[in-house]
Write a protein that binds this ligand. Structure first.
Ligand SMILES: [Zn+2]
Ligand SMILES: [Zn+2]
Length: 190
């Protein structure tokens, strides 16, 4: 409409036409182009930053950054469809939480059968009531589980009667009782 008017009235609108042609129009076009390029680079940078937080592999991060750059504005949208759903930090944090929870659950089951005191998996004797919890391997002194027939650490067969300090001081089934005699403690310490 402006162009039609300037064609009809050259002497009045000629200056306005020139102004739009040379000055403001080109400036506005350049400014728009400038902002489009800035926005293009910003989206590509965002893709790179986001990919680095989600992808562990360096090559895949580089490919994602290239995708954010090369089809301008379309690449970031394609990336949004295929990016991993979680941040690496969140994945690591969740794995740590699961591990800690598993450790907590495993530890909760380990109690002395007599006094219910919390005991470690490597304890041979309950430190509170001196109840014998596990046998020690005669060769390497590793704690042995009740059902083990052979020491898994040094391959020595488990021989229950030959354990020193068990059959001479703790006779029969009395060693499972919580009676804490000072005689027994001294016998087990050797
Ligand atoms: Zn105990
Ligand atoms: Zn052993």
């Amino acid at each position: 409409m402006i162009l039609a008017q300037t064609n009809q009235n050259d002497d009045i609108f000629g200056g306005v036409n020139d102004f739009f042609d040379s000055g403001l129009w080109i400036a506005a076009r350049n400014l728009t182009l400038f902002f489009v390029v800035i926005f293009w680079l910003a989206t590509a940078y965002w893709v790179y930053k986001d990919a680095r937080r989600r992808i562990d592999d360096g090559w895949l991060v580089a490919m994602a950054a290239l995708l954010g750059l090369i089809p301008p504005f379309l690449g970031p949208i394609i990336y949004l469809f295929f990016r991993p759903p979680e941040y690496l930090d969140d994945v690591r944090e969740r794995e740590l939480e699961i591990k800690a929870m598993e450790e907590r659950l495993a530890r909760r089951d380990l109690h002395c059968p007599v006094c219910r005191a919390q005991v470690d998996q490597s304890f041979l004797v309950c430190p509170v009531c001196t109840t014998r919890l596990k046998q020690a391997c005669v060769k390497c002194s590793s704690p042995l589980e009740a059902l083990w027939q052979i020491c898994p650490y040094c391959a020595t067969p488990v021989a229950t009667p030959s354990l020193p300090g068990l059959d001479d001081t703790l006779s029969g089934d009395s060693w499972t009782q919580p009676a804490a005699q000072p005689r027994r403690r001294s016998a087990e310490s050797d």
